[in-house]
Design a protein. Structure first.
Length: 304
């Protein structure tokens, strides 16, 4: 990347160099700013600086970013991930069910596979994608990842400002109302910290809305719009509202887990169908749709 020159505004006089950089350069964390300064990639008047250097305003800061270092022990054995959108700032893929998003175990992850399959990436100085939202291992569908620090910052801001539209299709047990909205507190279940629940006192809120797409034999196909993005949120809120997701081994009752359609699917029936979000490059909307995978279609055919 070509060196970047920043002119310090007069009103920034007295600020620390590291804090000013992290505030002024999109996507540059304070930790990353300090690392770049310590490595000699930040200069004022051609001289190396200390992170704690106080600015006086009006000086020029030269920022140079080294090539990203390779991710440690990348795992490249895995499926070729279907790409729904690709540009210089972000990548959107159709994540298969059964694949984790982030590294952390013995199995390959979406992040590791994409680092090998679809370079380049440069996030926090590492040559791998930046994760801005997640899907559970068993959930399939639209997943966006950032190519650069600036894209991470732009996408994080879009999520915080609720300019991202995420739609899911799910099969739930029984007959759900034609439409509805669920909102409430959200947190870890005090009886089982591996689970989440709305039946807890918490300042964190979770909200979603849903509407029926098709009524089936003993089940309902719903389209869900997420208003917040909490871990396991759709599965938790629908289950606690009396509409458990078919095949959900954690939050579903026996009837939902053992339903013939759930057995045909082999996982919980949740697919991230559509995603709309502003481009980090232009601000214009990017809209994608992930086709229903074969296992979901198989379950639908059985119910029909």
């Amino acid at each position: 990347m070509a060196p970047q020159t920043l002119t310090v505004p007069r009103e920034a006089a007295g600020e620390r160099l590291d804090k000013h950089l992290s505030k002024s350069v999109p996507g540059l964390s304070l930790e990353r700013a300090r690392a770049l300064i310590a490595q000699g990639h930040v200069r004022i008047r051609g001289k190396k600086c200390q992170p704690t250097r106080k600015l006086w305003g009006g000086e020029e800061i030269e920022l140079e970013r080294p090539p990203p270092r390779a991710a440690a022990s990348p795992r490249v054995e895995g499926p070729a991930l279907p790409v729904l959108h690709d540009d210089a700032s972000m990548l959107i893929v159709n994540k298969p069910a059964g694949l984790v998003v982030e590294p952390g175990g013995a199995e390959a992850s979406v992040v590791e596979l994409l680092a090998a399959q679809r370079p380049p990436f440069d996030v926090e100085g590492v040559a791998r994608p930046g994760v801005v939202h997640r899907l559970d291992r068993e959930t399939s569908g639209c997943l966006a990842l950032a190519r650069t620090d600036a894209a991470v910052a732009a996408l994080d801001r879009a999520f915080q400002e609720k300019r991202v539209d995420k739609r899911y299709w799910t099969l739930v047990l029984g007959e759900a109302p034609e439409q509805g909205r669920l909102e409430g507190p959200y947190g870890r279940d005090p009886k089982d910290p591996r689970k989440f629940t709305t039946r807890v006192r918490s300042a964190r809120r979770a909200a979603l809305s849903f509407e029926v797409r098709e009524r089936l034999a003993g089940a309902t196909l719903l389209e869900v719009k997420l208003e917040t993005g909490r871990t396991h949120q759709i599965r938790v809120q629908l289950s606690e509202a009396g509409h458990p997701v078919l095949g959900d081994a954690i939050y579903g009752p026996v009837e939902a887990r053992m339903h013939p359609a759930a057995q045909a699917l082999g996982r919980h029936a949740l697919h991230a169908l559509r995603l709309s979000l502003p481009s980090p490059l232009t601000g214009e909307p990017v809209r994608v749709e992930a086709p229903l995978p074969e296992d979901f279609q198989r379950a639908l055919a059985l119910l029909r």
